[in-house]
Every structure is written in structure tokens, then in C-alpha cells.
Design a protein around this ligand. Structure first.
Ligand SMILES: C[S@@+](CC[C@H](N)C(=O)[O-])C[C@H]1O[C@@H](n2cnc3c(N)ncnc32)[C@H](O)[C@@H]1O
Length: 199
């Protein structure tokens, strides 16, 4: 990284918020559940994990939609907010025994760790992994062979810009010009092509 970029990062904290801590708007989470067909088939019995919970916006919507006691969460930083069934820990130190593995993992991890989160989550989720991320997650030569494996089942792309708020300052992030999507992965089925829906 050149010295210009280094000083840009130092002088503009919004370029890279601490641990990529920005809030996932609850409306964007609700919109996902309204459009995800599986939602109707998700039994009230299902168990969920959010491994990068932040202040809990995603977790709270899962409680609304699926059931209040159906989700456990962790985050490397205790950011307050939804703290029921919460552990303050690094997700990569979390080793779930098979009986504790969730059916669904839903998350908005830091962009630069998304692939690592996703690969770990796919070893743990008994059903699916659902991730909120920039659409650019698709755009990587490095990830090409991961996508070739066919785990990507659905992509829900927002037609309108999702307004992203910095969790640190409460102000809109400069990144709100970026297109976001929900990605649904299912490692038990091979999808030569994923479905895409503009929401
Ligand atoms: C984009 S924010 C998630 C925001 C959350 N959905 C919300 O609305 O508050 C990403 C979160 O990942 C957490 N994080 C970063 N690295 C982590 C790790 N290795 N293990 C667990 N959490 C991590 C950060 O602390 C941050 O809270």
C-alpha cells in the first residue's frame, strides 16, 4: 500500500470502519425474509447462528421471523445491543460439537474475511448459510473455484441502494454507494447456476 493510501485510511476512518463494523439495516433483513421462498418452509424448530452479530440487527429480525429463542450469536467485540445467547469471542475460535451445530448461519461478516467466514460456516450449518455482502463478493478470480463448487443457491440483489450506517459514528458510511445483496449457500445441492432475484 502506498503512503497516500495509508494516510487516507488514517485520516478517513469511514474508509475502513473498525472491524468493518457497520449496521445491517433491519429493513434489509426483513426484505430478505419476505422474498426468500424457503422462509415459509423454515420450521419453527430450526436453530440459527449469527457469528458476527455486531449490535444484533440481523439477530433481532430472526427472532421476529423465526422465534425469539432460536438464535445464538457471537462477535469478537461486545458492541452492546442484542445480548441474549451471546458470546464475545472470535468466530474462528468457536468449535461447535455436532449436536450444537445450527441449521442456518446468517451473517454480515467483514468484507475482507467473508470467504473465511463462509467456508467455516459451510462446515457447520446443517442446512444453509445466508450472507449479506457487497455484490462484489462475486467478482474475484481467487474465489472462482469456490463458486464452481455450486454451493451458491440464491442471490437477492437490492434494486435500491441500501443505506449503510457506521456502527461507530452513527453516520452514513461512504460505502452506501455500493450495491449489496443477500447470498444463500447450500452445500448439499450442486447448483450449476444460482437463482437471482432483484428485490
Ligand atoms: C458488518 S459488522 C456486522 C453488523 C451487524 N450485522 C449489525 O447490524 O450490528 C461485522 C462484525 O463482525 C465482527 N467481527 C469481525 N471479525 C470477527 C471475528 N473474527 N469473529 C467474530 N466477529 C467478528 C465485527 O466486530 C463487527 O461487529
Amino acid at each position: 500500500m502506498g503512503s497516500f493510501n495509508r494516510s487516507l485510511l488514517a485520516s478517513n476512518p469511514e474508509v475502513r470502519v473498525n472491524d468493518d463494523f457497520y449496521l445491517t439495516p433491519k429493513d434489509a433483513v426483513r426484505e430478505f425474509f419476505e422474498n426468500w421462498q424457503d422462509c415459509y418452509g423454515v420450521a419453527a424448530e430450526s436453530c440459527w447462528l449469527n457469528p458476527a452479530v455486531g449490535t444484533g440487527n440481523i439477530t433481532q429480525v430472526v427472532r421476529e421471523r423465526i422465534g425469539p429463542e432460536k438464535i445464538i450469536s457471537c462477535d469478537i467485540v461486545d458492541r452492546g445491543g442484542d445480548r441474549e445467547s451471546f458470546a464475545c469471542m472470535n468466530y474462528f475460535d468457536l468449535h461447535l460439537i455436532p449436536e450444537d451445530q445450527p441449521d442456518y448461519i446468517i451473517m454480515n461478516p467483514p468484507f475482507n474475511q467473508s470467504e473465511l467466514f463462509l467456508k467455516k460456516a459451510l462446515t457447520e450449518a446443517k442446512k444453509k448459510v445466508i450472507m449479506f455482502q457487497r455484490i462484489q463478493f462475486l467478482e474475484s478470480r481467487k474465489r472462482r473455484c469456490f463458486f464452481d463448487a455450486g454451493f451458491l443457491e440464491d442471490v437477492f440483489v437490492f434494486s435500491e441502494r441500501v443505506k449503510i450506517i457506521s456502527g461507530r459514528t452513527g453516520l452514513p458510511c461512504t460505502s452506501s454507494t455500493i450495491c449489496f445483496a443477500w447470498f444463500v449457500f447450500n452445500k448439499y445441492e450442486n447448483h450449476e447456476t444460482a437463482r437471482i432475484k432483484v428485490i
